[in-house]
Design a protein around this ligand. Structure first.
Ligand code: IPE
Ligand code: IPE
Ligand code: MG
Length: 275
Protein backbone atom coordinates (compact mmCIF):
# COMPACT_ATOMS: atom_id res chain seq x y z
CA UNK A 1 0.00 0.00 0.00
CA UNK A 2 1.16 3.53 -0.68
CA UNK A 3 0.36 6.66 1.33
CA UNK A 4 -1.44 7.91 -1.78
CA UNK A 5 -4.13 5.31 -1.17
CA UNK A 6 -4.95 7.14 2.06
CA UNK A 7 -4.68 10.73 0.92
CA UNK A 8 -5.26 12.39 -2.45
CA UNK A 9 -2.49 14.95 -3.06
CA UNK A 10 -3.75 18.42 -3.97
CA UNK A 11 -0.38 19.73 -5.14
CA UNK A 12 2.76 18.34 -6.72
CA UNK A 13 4.64 18.93 -3.47
CA UNK A 14 2.12 16.85 -1.52
CA UNK A 15 2.38 14.10 -4.12
CA UNK A 16 6.18 14.01 -3.82
CA UNK A 17 6.03 13.92 -0.01
CA UNK A 18 3.36 11.22 0.00
CA UNK A 19 5.56 9.07 -2.23
CA UNK A 20 8.36 9.39 0.32
CA UNK A 21 6.11 8.21 3.17
CA UNK A 22 5.85 4.63 4.33
CA UNK A 23 2.24 4.22 5.52
CA UNK A 24 3.29 1.27 7.68
CA UNK A 25 5.66 3.36 9.81
CA UNK A 26 3.57 6.37 10.72
CA UNK A 27 3.58 7.60 14.34
CA UNK A 28 0.90 6.19 16.63
CA UNK A 29 0.55 9.49 18.43
CA UNK A 30 1.48 12.98 17.22
CA UNK A 31 1.54 15.86 19.70
CA UNK A 32 1.69 19.45 18.46
CA UNK A 33 2.58 22.72 20.15
CA UNK A 34 0.67 25.07 17.86
CA UNK A 35 2.73 28.24 18.28
CA UNK A 36 3.20 31.45 16.32
CA UNK A 37 -0.32 32.79 15.78
CA UNK A 38 0.58 36.18 17.24
CA UNK A 39 3.70 36.56 15.10
CA UNK A 40 1.80 35.52 11.99
CA UNK A 41 -0.69 38.33 12.61
CA UNK A 42 2.01 40.83 13.54
CA UNK A 43 3.78 40.24 10.21
CA UNK A 44 0.57 41.12 8.44
CA UNK A 45 -0.09 44.15 10.63
CA UNK A 46 -3.20 42.43 11.94
CA UNK A 47 -4.38 42.09 15.56
CA UNK A 48 -3.21 38.92 17.37
CA UNK A 49 -6.71 37.50 17.33
CA UNK A 50 -6.59 37.34 13.52
CA UNK A 51 -3.67 34.95 13.96
CA UNK A 52 -5.69 32.75 16.29
CA UNK A 53 -8.50 32.64 13.76
CA UNK A 54 -6.09 31.62 11.01
CA UNK A 55 -4.68 29.03 13.42
CA UNK A 56 -8.05 27.29 13.61
CA UNK A 57 -7.90 26.73 9.88
CA UNK A 58 -4.48 25.06 10.24
CA UNK A 59 -5.80 22.87 13.05
CA UNK A 60 -8.71 21.74 10.89
CA UNK A 61 -6.34 20.75 8.06
CA UNK A 62 -4.02 18.84 10.38
CA UNK A 63 -6.89 16.99 12.07
CA UNK A 64 -8.35 15.96 8.72
CA UNK A 65 -4.99 14.86 7.33
CA UNK A 66 -4.09 12.79 10.41
CA UNK A 67 -7.50 11.13 10.38
CA UNK A 68 -7.10 10.20 6.71
CA UNK A 69 -3.64 8.82 7.37
CA UNK A 70 -5.18 6.74 10.17
CA UNK A 71 -2.91 8.16 12.86
CA UNK A 72 -4.43 6.66 16.05
CA UNK A 73 -3.96 9.74 18.26
CA UNK A 74 -3.34 13.46 17.77
CA UNK A 75 -2.87 15.86 20.69
CA UNK A 76 -3.10 19.60 20.12
CA UNK A 77 -1.89 22.12 22.71
CA UNK A 78 -4.64 24.74 22.59
CA UNK A 79 -4.32 26.62 25.90
CA UNK A 80 -1.77 26.23 28.67
CA UNK A 81 -2.21 26.95 32.38
CA UNK A 82 0.34 29.71 31.78
CA UNK A 83 -1.75 31.32 29.02
CA UNK A 84 -4.00 32.99 31.65
CA UNK A 85 -1.16 35.51 31.94
CA UNK A 86 -2.29 37.05 28.65
CA UNK A 87 -4.62 40.05 28.47
CA UNK A 88 -8.20 39.15 29.39
CA UNK A 89 -9.48 40.19 25.97
CA UNK A 90 -7.19 37.67 24.25
CA UNK A 91 -8.09 34.88 26.69
CA UNK A 92 -11.79 35.59 26.21
CA UNK A 93 -11.34 35.52 22.45
CA UNK A 94 -9.56 32.16 22.61
CA UNK A 95 -12.38 30.69 24.70
CA UNK A 96 -14.99 32.04 22.27
CA UNK A 97 -13.02 30.67 19.33
CA UNK A 98 -12.92 27.24 20.90
CA UNK A 99 -16.68 27.21 21.41
CA UNK A 100 -17.22 28.40 17.86
CA UNK A 101 -14.91 25.68 16.60
CA UNK A 102 -16.78 23.00 18.53
CA UNK A 103 -20.13 24.22 17.32
CA UNK A 104 -19.03 24.19 13.66
CA UNK A 105 -16.78 21.17 13.61
CA UNK A 106 -18.36 18.71 16.01
CA UNK A 107 -20.66 17.23 13.32
CA UNK A 108 -17.67 16.77 10.99
CA UNK A 109 -15.58 15.22 13.75
CA UNK A 110 -18.40 12.91 14.69
CA UNK A 111 -19.10 11.92 11.09
CA UNK A 112 -15.45 10.98 10.70
CA UNK A 113 -15.65 8.63 13.69
CA UNK A 114 -13.17 10.78 15.62
CA UNK A 115 -13.27 10.63 19.41
CA UNK A 116 -12.67 13.93 21.14
CA UNK A 117 -10.92 14.07 24.47
CA UNK A 118 -9.97 17.16 26.45
CA UNK A 119 -7.06 17.08 28.89
CA UNK A 120 -6.20 19.71 31.49
CA UNK A 121 -8.00 21.25 34.44
CA UNK A 122 -11.58 21.91 33.35
CA UNK A 123 -12.57 23.34 36.78
CA UNK A 124 -10.98 26.71 35.95
CA UNK A 125 -12.57 27.09 32.52
CA UNK A 126 -15.65 29.29 31.99
CA UNK A 127 -18.82 27.28 32.58
CA UNK A 128 -20.02 27.51 28.94
CA UNK A 129 -16.70 26.16 27.68
CA UNK A 130 -16.84 23.32 30.20
CA UNK A 131 -20.35 22.42 29.11
CA UNK A 132 -19.56 22.52 25.39
CA UNK A 133 -16.47 20.40 25.93
CA UNK A 134 -18.37 17.85 28.03
CA UNK A 135 -21.06 17.66 25.37
CA UNK A 136 -18.50 17.13 22.58
CA UNK A 137 -16.82 14.38 24.58
CA UNK A 138 -20.14 12.68 25.29
CA UNK A 139 -21.23 12.89 21.65
CA UNK A 140 -18.07 11.25 20.34
CA UNK A 141 -17.37 8.89 23.26
CA UNK A 142 -18.25 5.72 21.35
CA UNK A 143 -16.34 6.61 18.17
CA UNK A 144 -13.59 4.20 17.26
CA UNK A 145 -11.44 6.21 14.83
CA UNK A 146 -8.71 8.71 15.64
CA UNK A 147 -8.51 10.08 19.17
CA UNK A 148 -8.31 13.85 18.99
CA UNK A 149 -6.94 15.13 22.28
CA UNK A 150 -7.20 18.84 22.97
CA UNK A 151 -4.98 20.13 25.76
CA UNK A 152 -6.99 22.93 27.32
CA UNK A 153 -5.93 24.71 30.51
CA UNK A 154 -3.20 22.10 30.45
CA UNK A 155 0.17 22.09 32.19
CA UNK A 156 2.60 19.18 32.38
CA UNK A 157 3.49 19.88 36.01
CA UNK A 158 -0.15 20.40 36.97
CA UNK A 159 -0.89 17.04 35.37
CA UNK A 160 1.78 15.36 37.49
CA UNK A 161 0.48 17.05 40.65
CA UNK A 162 -3.04 15.85 39.84
CA UNK A 163 -1.76 12.33 39.15
CA UNK A 164 0.17 12.10 42.43
CA UNK A 165 -2.82 13.37 44.41
CA UNK A 166 -5.09 10.85 42.68
CA UNK A 167 -2.64 8.08 43.61
CA UNK A 168 -2.51 9.29 47.24
CA UNK A 169 -6.33 9.36 47.41
CA UNK A 170 -6.50 5.84 46.04
CA UNK A 171 -3.91 4.56 48.50
CA UNK A 172 -5.57 6.24 51.52
CA UNK A 173 -9.02 5.12 50.49
CA UNK A 174 -7.93 1.49 50.24
CA UNK A 175 -5.62 1.54 53.27
CA UNK A 176 -2.69 0.33 51.18
CA UNK A 177 0.13 0.78 53.73
CA UNK A 178 2.83 -0.94 51.76
CA UNK A 179 1.94 0.54 48.38
CA UNK A 180 4.83 1.74 46.25
CA UNK A 181 4.63 3.87 43.12
CA UNK A 182 6.01 2.59 39.83
CA UNK A 183 6.04 4.02 36.30
CA UNK A 184 2.87 2.23 35.34
CA UNK A 185 0.97 3.68 38.30
CA UNK A 186 2.01 7.18 37.32
CA UNK A 187 1.13 6.71 33.63
CA UNK A 188 -2.28 5.32 34.58
CA UNK A 189 -3.12 8.40 36.65
CA UNK A 190 -2.17 10.98 34.05
CA UNK A 191 -4.86 12.71 31.97
CA UNK A 192 -3.56 10.65 29.04
CA UNK A 193 -4.12 7.25 30.68
CA UNK A 194 -4.79 4.68 27.99
CA UNK A 195 -3.16 6.66 25.18
CA UNK A 196 0.19 5.64 23.73
CA UNK A 197 3.01 8.13 24.44
CA UNK A 198 3.57 10.54 21.54
CA UNK A 199 6.27 9.32 19.19
CA UNK A 200 6.44 12.64 17.37
CA UNK A 201 6.33 16.08 19.00
CA UNK A 202 5.99 18.98 16.58
CA UNK A 203 6.53 22.59 17.55
CA UNK A 204 5.91 25.39 15.09
CA UNK A 205 7.44 28.90 15.04
CA UNK A 206 10.97 27.83 15.86
CA UNK A 207 11.01 27.96 19.67
CA UNK A 208 13.30 25.27 21.13
CA UNK A 209 11.29 24.56 24.26
CA UNK A 210 8.51 22.28 25.43
CA UNK A 211 6.54 24.94 27.37
CA UNK A 212 5.22 22.55 30.03
CA UNK A 213 3.65 20.14 27.50
CA UNK A 214 3.30 16.40 28.24
CA UNK A 215 6.47 16.32 30.34
CA UNK A 216 6.18 12.67 31.33
CA UNK A 217 4.85 11.36 28.01
CA UNK A 218 7.50 12.84 25.69
CA UNK A 219 10.37 10.99 27.36
CA UNK A 220 11.27 9.29 24.06
CA UNK A 221 9.35 11.36 21.52
CA UNK A 222 11.15 12.48 18.39
CA UNK A 223 11.14 16.28 18.43
CA UNK A 224 10.52 18.24 15.25
CA UNK A 225 10.79 22.03 15.41
CA UNK A 226 9.92 24.05 12.32
CA UNK A 227 10.16 27.82 11.75
CA UNK A 228 6.78 27.73 10.02
CA UNK A 229 4.25 29.72 12.05
CA UNK A 230 1.18 27.73 13.07
CA UNK A 231 -1.33 29.42 10.69
CA UNK A 232 1.00 28.50 7.78
CA UNK A 233 1.33 24.87 8.86
CA UNK A 234 -0.49 23.12 6.04
CA UNK A 235 -0.75 19.58 4.75
CA UNK A 236 2.64 19.69 3.01
CA UNK A 237 4.37 20.89 6.19
CA UNK A 238 2.79 18.04 8.15
CA UNK A 239 3.86 15.49 5.53
CA UNK A 240 7.37 16.97 5.70
CA UNK A 241 7.44 16.38 9.45
CA UNK A 242 6.30 12.79 8.93
CA UNK A 243 8.96 12.14 6.30
CA UNK A 244 11.58 13.54 8.67
CA UNK A 245 10.24 11.35 11.49
CA UNK A 246 10.66 8.25 9.33
CA UNK A 247 14.33 9.08 8.81
CA UNK A 248 15.04 9.11 12.54
CA UNK A 249 16.72 6.17 14.17
CA UNK A 250 14.97 5.43 17.45
CA UNK A 251 17.40 3.71 19.79
CA UNK A 252 15.76 4.13 23.23
CA UNK A 253 19.17 4.07 24.86
CA UNK A 254 20.22 0.90 23.05
CA UNK A 255 22.42 0.52 20.01
CA UNK A 256 21.63 0.94 16.34
CA UNK A 257 20.70 -2.39 14.70
CA UNK A 258 23.61 -1.83 12.28
CA UNK A 259 26.10 -1.61 15.17
CA UNK A 260 28.26 -4.74 15.66
CA UNK A 261 26.94 -6.50 18.77
CA UNK A 262 30.11 -8.31 19.92
CA UNK A 263 31.35 -6.62 23.01
CA UNK A 264 33.20 -9.74 23.96
CA UNK A 265 36.42 -10.30 25.85
CA UNK A 266 37.83 -11.55 22.60
CA UNK A 267 37.10 -8.36 20.71
CA UNK A 268 38.71 -6.34 23.50
CA UNK A 269 41.73 -8.64 23.66
CA UNK A 270 42.02 -8.54 19.87
CA UNK A 271 42.08 -4.77 19.95
CA UNK A 272 44.65 -4.72 22.75
CA UNK A 273 47.10 -7.09 21.03
CA UNK A 274 46.77 -5.23 17.77
CA UNK A 275 47.38 -1.86 19.49
C1 IPE B 1 -0.09 30.00 19.94
O1 IPE B 1 0.23 31.21 19.33
C2 IPE B 1 -1.52 29.98 20.39
C3 IPE B 1 -1.70 29.95 21.85
C4 IPE B 1 -0.76 29.91 22.74
C5 IPE B 1 -3.07 29.94 22.34
P1 IPE B 1 0.74 32.43 20.20
O2 IPE B 1 -0.41 33.29 20.56
O3 IPE B 1 1.57 31.96 21.32
O4 IPE B 1 1.64 33.17 19.10
P2 IPE B 1 3.03 33.89 19.34
O5 IPE B 1 3.92 32.93 20.03
O6 IPE B 1 2.75 35.11 20.16
O7 IPE B 1 3.50 34.21 17.96
C1 IPE C 1 2.64 27.06 24.10
O1 IPE C 1 2.75 28.26 23.45
C2 IPE C 1 1.19 26.85 24.51
C3 IPE C 1 0.28 26.60 23.42
C4 IPE C 1 0.62 26.41 22.16
C5 IPE C 1 -1.10 26.51 23.79
P1 IPE C 1 3.13 29.60 24.24
O2 IPE C 1 3.25 30.67 23.21
O3 IPE C 1 2.17 29.84 25.33
O4 IPE C 1 4.53 29.21 24.86
P2 IPE C 1 5.77 30.11 25.27
O5 IPE C 1 5.24 31.25 26.07
O6 IPE C 1 6.41 30.56 24.00
O7 IPE C 1 6.64 29.19 26.04
MG1 MG D 1 3.55 31.62 21.55
Amino acid sequence: MSARDLLKPATREEARLLDELDPARLPRHIAIIMDGNGRWAQRRHLPRVAGHRAGVHAARTVIETCARLKIPALTLYAFSVENWRRPKAEVDFLMRLLREYLRKELPVIHRNNIRLLVIGRPQQLPREVREDVAMAMRTTAANTGMQLVVALNYGGRTELVDAFNAILDHVRHNGMDTFRVDEQTIAQHLYTAGLPDPDLLIRTSGEMRVSNFLLWQIAYAEIYVTDTLWPDFNRARLLEALVDFQKRERRYGGLSPSEPREFSEQALVGRRTRG
